[in-house]
Design a protein around this ligand. Structure first.
Ligand SMILES: [Zn+2]
Length: 179
C-alpha cells in the first residue's frame, strides 16, 4: 500500500475535492462582509467594528473579471511543474454570491485565447506538486462550458444546415464574388 495523503497546498484556504472543491472564507457576524482568505480578527469593512467571524464555504462558481497569461516562472514557494517553465493562464474571478474577487490558475490546458471577461467558471482541484509525503493540491478555475477547446460558436448560423441551401438565393452568405 503506497497511497499518499492528498492535502491542500495552502492549508485552510480551500477544501479539495474530486467533485466539490470549496474556498474557505469568513463572514463578519456584525455586518455580513465576506473575506477570503478568512479573517480571524478585524472586519474588512472599515466602518464596522465587528471582530467575530464565522467560517463559510464560498460560492463555487463565478465570472471572470480579468485574466492574464503568466509568462514568467513565479518565485518560490511556486513549484514548477514543467521544465522549461510553460506559461499558464491566471484569472481573477468574481464569486457569484459574495462578489469577492479570487485569483486562481485556470485548469491545465487552458490558454488565454479560450477566456473572456464575464465567462462563467467553477472551482476544481488539481495537483500542484507531489513530494515523498503527499500530493499537494490547489484550486483552479475551470470554464463551466465543457468544451473549452472547441472553436467559438458561429453566431449567425441558422438552424438549418447552411450547406443544404446552395441553390441561388443566399442572403446571409459571406460576401464572396462568384468569380
Ligand atoms: Zn463587519
Amino acid at each position: 500500500m503506497d497511497i499518499k495523503t492528498r492535502q491542500a497546498a495552502i492549508e485552510g484556504w480551500f477544501i479539495p475535492g474530486d467533485d466539490r472543491t470549496a474556498l474557505v472564507g469568513s463572514r463578519c457576524r456584525e455586518c455580513g462582509t465576506y473575506s477570503f482568505p478568512k479573517e480571524t480578527f478585524f472586519c474588512k469593512n472599515p466602518s464596522c467594528t465587528g471582530t467575530e467571524h464565522e467560517q463559510v464555504e464560498l460560492s463555487r462558481r463565478g465570472r471572470i473579471w480579468s485574466f492574464t497569461n503568466n509568462c514568467y516562472q513565479p518565485p518560490a514557494p511556486y513549484v514548477a511543474t514543467t521544465d522549461p517553465f510553460e506559461p499558464f493562464a491566471v484569472a481573477a474571478v468574481e464569486l457569484a454570491e459574495e462578489r469577492l474577487v479570487v485569483l486562481g490558475q485556470m485548469v491545465s490546458g487552458t490558454s488565454i485565447e479560450d477566456l473572456h471577461a464575464g465567462m462563467e467558471v467553477e472551482l476544481v482541484t488539481e495537483t500542484l506538486f507531489e513530494d515523498d509525503e503527499a500530493v499537494h493540491l490547489i484550486w483552479k478555475w475551470c470554464p463551466v462550458c465543457p468544451a473549452i477547446s472547441d472553436p467559438a460558436p458561429m453566431q449567425q448560423s441558422s438552424p438549418e444546415d447552411p450547406t443544404a441551401n446552395q441553390s441561388g438565393d443566399l442572403p446571409a452568405s459571406p460576401g464572396r464574388a462568384g468569380s
